[in-house]
Every structure is written in structure tokens, then in C-alpha cells.
Design a protein around this ligand. Structure first.
Ligand code: GRF
Length: 199
């Protein structure tokens, strides 16, 4: 399976995918990193891993649709079969959502549908929930709203801070994302409406 990863920041999830491929635990080819932040750490990670990067500055374009049209051409040119959003901090428009319907996934640091959007870890702490976690889902037109493929729970301890909780959540993400991509690569994930079956 030929995949592209979209990321805007640190890229620990991108790195987890690179490492899983390297250790032969993930049978995909990472064709491209798409990144909207030239200074992001993930850009260095891609260079170190020998993965090509499509870097763009949103301000150079008249609209989201304009840069997404360029990204889409790049994905098609490289025959990318699955798009993985891993800390990509931008809204996706129908240009990409429709072209990659059922072939685009996102990782989110909460048990969806709780705490969609930015600062999900902070939101969970502020709400006082005792359990939060990680979700991987297909991307549809909404905000963190598509069919859920897999989830893992993470307990919140008394005295947890945003950084102590984030550390545990990120560790769970870095295991779950390669696992889900591997399931997809092996054709084990089927979507029926809102329901995802893993066979
Ligand atoms: C992760 O928590 C992911 O769930 C969220 O953004 C964060 C990205 O972290 N969507 P990293 O850039 O992969 O380190």
C-alpha cells in the first residue's frame, strides 16, 4: 500500500510509521509527507528517513481548495492509496475528502465523539473525565466525525497535568496508528455506513 502522511508539527506519529516500516512491522511504502509548516520537526524527520516532502505555505494560496488541488495532483501522481492525517492542524475541504473518501484516516487524542477539535487532551482534563484515550477514524466532511476504526482508553490519574497525560496518550497513539495502517494494508478493514468492521 502506498501512503502519504499529513503532519504540521513534531511528527512523533509520522516517526512511529517510519519505524514500523523499518522494523518490518508495517507493509506499506511511505511515498510522501505533506506539511504546511516549513519549520516543523516532522520535516527533518522525513529528510532523515528519506521520505519526500510536499511543503506548502497556506498564505501563498488564495484558498484552501487551491492548495488542496495541488496536493491532490501530487497524491495522484504518486499513486497514493491511503492518506494518514497525523497531527495535521488544518481543515480538509471536499477537494481531498471526496477524492479520498474511505481512503483517508485521522488520529485524534480522545475517545471520540468526546472532545473533537483542538486541545482534546486539555478538554478532557478540564471536563474532569476519568478515562480518555485515542481514536483512529475515517475522515468525512465533519470535524473528527467519520466512522471509527479503533480506539484505546487511557486513564486519567489524580494530579495528571496536560504534559503527563499527553505523554501517555502519545505512547498509545504511536502503537495504535501503525497497527491500524497495517490492518488497512492487509485489507482487513471494511466500512458499512458508520460501522467499521475489522476482519
Ligand atoms: C497527536 O496527538 C495527534 O493525535 C493529534 O496531533 C498530535 C500530533 O502529534 N492529531 P505528532 O506531531 O505526531 O507528534
Amino acid at each position: 500500500l502506498r501512503i502519504a502522511v499529513f503532519a504540521s508539527g513534531n511528527g512523533s506519529n509520522f516517526q512511529a510509521l517510519v519505524d514500523a516500516v523499518r522494523h518490518e512491522k508495517l507493509d506499506v511504502s511511505i511515498e510522501l509527507l505533506v506539511c504546511d509548516k516549513p519549520a516543523a520537526r516532522v520535516v527533518e524527520r522525513a529528510a532523515e528517513a528519506g521520505v519526500d516532502t510536499f511543503l506548502f505555505k497556506p498564505k501563498d494560496y488564495p484558498s484552501r481548495e487551491a492548495y488542496e488541488t495541488e496536493i491532490l495532483a501530487e497524491l495522484v501522481r504518486r499513486d497514493v492509496q491511503l492518506v494518514v492525517l497525523a497531527g495535521y492542524m488544518r481543515i480538509i475541504t471536499p477537494v481531498l475528502v471526496e477524492a479520498y473518501e474511505g481512503r483517508m484516516i485521522n488520529i485524534h487524542p480522545s475517545l471520540l465523539p468526546a472532545f473533537p477539535g483542538v486541545n482534546a487532551i486539555r478538554q478532557a482534563l478540564d471536563h474532569g473525565v476519568k478515562v480518555t484515550g485515542v481514536s483512529v477514524h475515517f475522515v468525512d466532511g465533519g470535524l473528527d466525525s467519520g466512522p471509527i476504526i479503533a480506539q484505546r482508553a487511557v486513564e486519567i490519574a489524580d494530579g495528571d497535568t496536560e504534559s503527563s497525560l499527553a505523554e501517555r496518550i502519545h505512547a498509545v497513539e504511536q502503537a495504535l496508528l501503525p497497527h491500524v495502517v497495517q490492518l488497512i494494508a492487509h485489507g482487513r478493514v471494511a466500512v458499512e455506513g458508520r460501522h467499521v468492521r475489522v476482519g
